[in-house]
Design a binder for this molecule. Structure first.
Ligand code: OFO
Length: 165
């Protein structure tokens, strides 16, 4: 059983996951239109993962007898500067998501809701992996440079990462 505030926080997170999912979908479409198939595939995969995260939380709310509230979300941009800036934007987003998750973990622990605290541990681990992935891709991209050859390499690298998942 969730309190009103706890339910509100979980529903906020449903909304956040939906918004990140739409952003990654927009990046994927943008990349596909530029012929960057690896980037498109990578972000399409991440779009799908974020949808799964959203469903995970919805299902959890329902399992507690709570009500899911699906809200309107702001449309993401449809144009982006380049691949490196897109990766940096994604890392910034993931850091924001991690911060939300951490605040929730703190709340549920303080309020002795151990079941939800336990449920959120999956997200803590997932966010750690996501931040690490984006950080390492940015580091590699900065090392190799972002001229045409660099972008070609990055596109291939993102395709490899998608295939390895
Ligand atoms: Fe990576 O945002 Fe979901 O949890």
């Amino acid at each position: 059983m969730l309190t009103k505030e706890q339910l509100e926080r979980l529903n906020d997170q449903v909304n956040t996951e939906a918004s990140v999912s739409r952003l990654y979908l927009a990046v994927s479409c943008w990349a596909a239109s530029k012929g960057l198939d690896g980037v498109a595939r990578f972000f399409k995969g991440h779009h799908e993962e974020e949808e799964e995260h959203m469903h995970k939380i919805e299902n959890y709310i329902i399992s507690t007898g709570g009500k899911v509230s699906i809200r309107a979300i702001e449309a993401p941009p449809s144009d982006f500067k380049d691949v490196l800036s897109v990766l940096k934007m994604a890392l910034k987003k993931e850091i924001e998501v991690s911060s939300n998750i951490n605040k929730m973990v703190h709340l549920f622990l303080e309020e002795k809701n151990y079941s939800t605290f336990n449920f959120l541990q999956w997200f803590v681990a997932e966010q750690h992996q996501e931040e690490h992935l984006f950080r390492s891709l940015i580091d590699k991209a900065e090392l190799i440079g972002t001229d045409e050859k660099g972008v070609f390499w990055l596109d291939k690298e993102l395709k490899n990462v998608s295939q390895a998942k």
